[in-house]
Design a protein around this ligand. Structure first.
Ligand code: ADP
Ligand code: MG
Length: 391
C-alpha cells in the first residue's frame, strides 16, 4: 500500500491530509492450524499484501470511516462505542464491522478515543484465508496506538482485535492472525506460543519459496462451523479432566498421554482433540526441521497437517484436497496444506525456488482440470509486521 495515495484520497474526502498512516499485512500459516485457541503453537509468516489506513482525530466527536476499495462511507457518534454491543452491531454495515469493532474494543479497554476520520484500503484478498480481517484490524489498532501514544505488544494488540472479532463478527477466533500481522519479521516464520505469549523468529531456509493458492471456494456458515470446533475442543478438555485434573487446554496433553486417554472421548471429539495434540507436536518438530535446514522433513509435516485437518478436524473440502494432492506430487514441492481456518480458502506450499515457476503453472493447470475451478496463485515473501508513523 502506498501511504501517499491513501493520504491524497483521505484529503479529498476530509479536506485536510491525515495525521498518521498505519499498515498491517495479511498472513499465511506454515504449520499449527486450529491450535491458537487451544494454547498451542503456530508458525505463521506475514505476506506482502497489506491493509493501509490514513487517520486523524477530529473535534466533532463523530467517527467517519471510508473504505476506499468499496467506495463506502459510514459515520457514527463516538459515544456509540460505549453503548450496547448488540445495538452497535445492528447499526453497523457488514463491511465496517472490523474497524468499528476495533474502535469499540479500544474504548471498552478504557482508552480515551473520541472522534476520528479514517480512510483505508486492503490488498489482502478478502475471504481467501489470508486474513484480510486481521490486516484491517491491526492497521486500525496500530493507528490508535500511535494516536494515543500507547505502545502495546503484539499479543496485546492481537487481544484487542480479537475482542473486535468476537464481539462484532461473532467468530471465537484465537490470537494467531492478529499477532502475526502485528509482529511478523521479514524472512522469518514467527514461532508463537499461545500459552506463554512468547514469540521467536525462525529463519526460513535458503532456496525456498512460499506459494499460496486460493482455491476460489468460499463456504457458507464458516463462523458457526469454526465456533463448533472451538466448542468441541473445550468439551474434550472437560472430558479429559476426569483422568487428568490438571488439564486446562489440549496443550497440556502430550501425544504419548493422548494415546492412553483417547478411549475416554466420543467421536468426533476424539478426532478433534487428536488433531490438536498432534498438530502442536508437528510445530515443535517443524521448528527443529527448519533450524536444521531440512525442507523435506518440514514438507512431510505440512502434508501430515493437511491430512489431519481433512480427516480428523474435518475443515477441508474437495478443492483444498485437490490442491494439496497436486502440490505434493509436483517437482520442487516439499509440502502443501490448507492454511487458515479452512472451509474453503487457500493452501500454502513450500517450494524449491528453482522450480517455482513450473510449480505454479502446473498447480494451476492440474487444479483446473481436476475441479473446473481457477486458482489464484501467489509467490509470497515473508515480510515485516505492522508499522505506524505520523505523516
Ligand atoms: P479473511 O480474513 O479470511 O480475508 P473474513 O471473512 O474474516 O476473511 O474477512 C473479510 C472481510 O473483511 C470482508 O467481508 C470485509 O468486511 C473486510 N474486508 C476485506 N477486504 C476489504 C477491503 N478491501 N475494504 C474493506 N473491507 C474489507
Ligand atoms: Mg478473517
Amino acid at each position: 500500500v502506498r501511504p501517499d495515495d491513501v493520504g491524497e484520497r483521505f484529503e479529498r474526502i476530509y479536506g485536510t491530509g491525515p495525521r498518521l498512516f498505519a499498515q498491517a499485512p495479511g498472513r499465511v500459516n506454515l504449520l499449527g492450524e486450529h491450535v491458537d485457541y487451544n494454547q498451542g503453537l503456530a508458525l505463521p509468516c506475514a505476506i506482502q499484501f497489506e491493509a493501509g489506513v490514513a487517520l486523524s482525530e477530529n473535534t466533532s466527536n463523530r467517527i467517519r470511516l471510508t473504505a476506499l476499495d468499496l467506495d463506502s462511507e459510514h459515520t457514527l457518534d463516538a459515544a456509540d462505542l460505549e453503548s450496547d454491543l448488540d445495538r452497535l452491531r445492528a447499526t453497523t454495515p457488514d463491511w465496517a464491522l472490523y474497524p468499528v469493532g476495533v474502535g469499540w474494543a479500544w474504548v471498552q479497554a478504557g482508552y480515551d478515543l473520541r472522534g476520528w476520520d479514517a480512510a483505508y484500503t486492503c490488498e489482502v484478498p478478502a475471504g481467501s484465508g489470508l486474513s484480510s480481517s486481521a490486516a484491517i484490524e491491526v492497521a486500525f489498532s496500530s493507528a490508535f496506538g500511535l494516536l494515543l501514544g500507547v505502545d502495546l505488544s503484539g499479543p496485546e494488540i492481537a487481544k484487542l482485535c480479537q475482542d473486535a472479532e468476537h464481539g462484532m463478527a461473532g467468530v471465537r477466533s484465537g490470537l494467531m492472525d492478529q499477532w502475526a500481522s502485528s509482529s511478523a519479521i521479514k524472512g522469518h516464520a514467527l514461532w508463537m506460543d499461545f500459552r506463554s505469549l512468547e514469540a521467536r523468529p525462525i529463519p526460513l531456509p535458503d532456496g525456498v519459496a512460499i506459494v499460496v493458492a486460493d482455491s476460489g471456494v468460499r463456504r457458507a456458515l464458516t463462523a458457526s462451523a469454526y465456533n463448533q470446533r472451538v466448542d468441541e475442543c473445550r468439551q474434550a478438555v472437560v472430558q479429559l479432566r476426569d483422568a487428568l485434573p490438571s488439564v486446562e487446554s489440549l496443550r497440556d496433553v502430550p501425544p504419548s498421554a493422548f494415546v492412553e486417554l483417547a478411549d475416554r472421548l466420543q467421536p468426533p471429539i476424539r478426532q478433534r482433540a487428536q488433531h490438536v495434540v498432534e498438530e502442536i507436536q508437528r510445530v515443535r518438530d517443524g521448528v527443529a526441521s527448519l533450524q536444521a535446514g531440512d525442507k523435506t522433513a518440514f514438507g512431510h509435516l505440512m502434508q501430515a497437517s493437511h491430512a489431519s485437518l481433512r480427516d480428523l478436524y474435518q475443515v477441508s473440502g474437495p478443492e483444498l484436497d485437490a490442491l494439496a494432492e497436486i502440490g505434493s506430487s509436483l517437482r520442487g514441492g516439499y509440502g502443501t496444506r490448507l492454511t487458515g481456518a479452512g472451509f474453503g480458502g487457500s493452501t500454502v506450499s513450500l517450494v524449491d525456488v528453482d522450480a517455482v515457476d513450473g510449480f505454479c503453472r502446473e498447480l494451476s493447470e492440474r487444479y483446473r482440470s481436476a475441479t473446473g475451478m481457477q486458482a489464484k496463485i501467489w509467490v509470497c515473501q515473508a515480510g515485516d509486521g505492522a508499522t505506524a508513523a505520523f505523516v
